[in-house]
Design a protein around this ligand. Sequence first.
Ligand code: UTP
Length: 468
Amino acid sequence: MQRIQTAGQEHLLKFFEELPEDKQSAYLDELASQDWELLPALIREYVLQKPAIALPENLEPAPYFPLEPRNGSEADYYAQADVAGAEALSSGKVAAITVAGGQGSRLGFDGPKGTYPIAPVSGKTLFQYFAEALQSASRKYNTSLHWYIMTSVINDKATRDFFAGNDYFGLPADRVHFFTQGFMPAIGYDGKLLMADKGALALSPDGHGGTLLALRKSGMLDDMKARGVEYLSYFQVDNPLVPVVDKRFIGLHILEKSEMSAITLAKTNAHEKVGNFCVANGKLHVIEYSDLPEALALATDANGKLKFIAGSPAIHVISRAFVERLTSGGRLELDWHRADKKIKCIDSNGSAVEPDSPNGVKLESFIFDALKLAGKTMIFEADRKEEFAPTKNATGVDSVESCRLMMIERDCRRLERCGVTVPRKADGSADCAVEFSPKAVWDDEDARNYVARHNISCIEPGASLYWE
Ligand code: UTP
C-alpha cells in the first residue's frame, strides 16, 4: 500500500473496502506484482510527454545476404548453409516459436488471432495452417519439431483449449508448449493507472519483446536446453505464408555465428509501414517507418534504388544461448514503445467507460530491439510474395482479404512452376481459388510430387479447389 501511495496511485484503492474478501486478496496480489519502482519513471518518460525519438547518429542501410547469390562463391556459401541448416533441423537443434499473445484489436475478431479461419478455400485457422506446415517440415527433416507458442493473460486459456479440442491438429501433444508473456498496466493521460473494474487493473500484454523474458520465467529456456534445442525459428501468428523453418536462413545464422538473425523484404515504397534495418556504430537497429527521417526514407543509390530498402517482416532465427545471456539476471531492459489506445476502464465514480477515441497509453517492448544487443547479427533477404502475407485488418491493406489473395497466388505460382496451366484475368491475377494443405504440399518438391501423382495439368476458370 505504501509503495502505491509513493507512486502517486492511491486512487487504485478507492473501492477496495467495497470488494468481497476473496476479490480483495486477488487484487492485492495483482497490485503486488507490479513494478512500483519502475512505473513512475515510465509514466514521466512515456505518458506525461510524447517520448523524444532518440535516433542513433550516422544511420546507414544494413547489409544483407540477397535472395539470389551474387556470384559463384556466394552460391557455394548458400549451399553450405543449406547443409548446415538441414543438419541442425534433422538433429533436433531447431524449434519453432510463434508469438500469439497480441490483442489483435485491428482485426476485430473475438478470440485468439491464431484461431481465425484464414485459409481461402478450406477455412482452416492460422494455428492449423502452421501445425500442418510443421508436420511437413518434421517429415522432410526426419525429426519431430517442437513448437513453443507464446500466449498472454488475455488468450492463454482459449488458446490451450483450442489446441486440446482439436487434438493438436495431428501434432504430438508433448511437442506443443505454451508459455505466457508478461503484462503492463494501461495508463491514462493524467499518469494514473487505469482500472478494469473496482478490483482489477486494466492490463495488456507487454509486447512481443516480452518473449525473451517470458521464455526464461516460464522455464521454457531450460526445457529447450534439456531437449538440445539451440536455434529458435521465430514468427508471428498473423503471417500464414511464413515457411515456419527455413534451412538456408537457419544455416546462414549458424555459419555467420549470429546471435539473432532477421529476414528482410525489399520495401514496396519509401514509406511502407515496416521497420527499416539500419546500422549505427556497428550495431543493427530496426527503425520504425514513422521514425525514419524523410531524407533517409527517400534517399536513393546511383541506380535510383531506395538506399533504405530493407524492411522487416518480423521473422527471425534466435540462438537460445543469446536469450540466456540477455535474461541471465531475471531482467531485460528493452526499450519501451508508447501506443495510444482506446482502453476500456472505470471512471472515478466506478462507472464503466468505453472510449471512442484513445484515452490512454499502453507500453510495449519489441523483439527487434534485441538485435542491437547481439554481438553478431545476420540478415537474409526473402521473396515477399512467397513468405509474407500479414493479417492485421479485416479489410483493405494487410487484411484478411489481401492475405487470402496472396495465399491463392502463392499456390498458383507453385502449380505453374510444376507446368500446370492456371487461368488468369486480364490484370494477371488468378481466376480461380486454389489451396494446398501444407500437410500435403509444403514446398516446391512436394508440389511436383503432388501434381504428378494426381495428374493435374490445368485449372478451370472460376474453380475453387482444395487439395490435401
Ligand atoms: P501486432 O503488432 O500486429 O499486434 O503483433 P496485435 O496485438 O496482434 O494486433 P493489434 O495491434 O492489436 O491489431 C504482431 C505479432 O506479435 C504478437 C501478436 O500476437 C502478433 O503475432 N504479439 C504482439 C504478442 O505476442 N504479444 C504482444 O504483446 C504483442
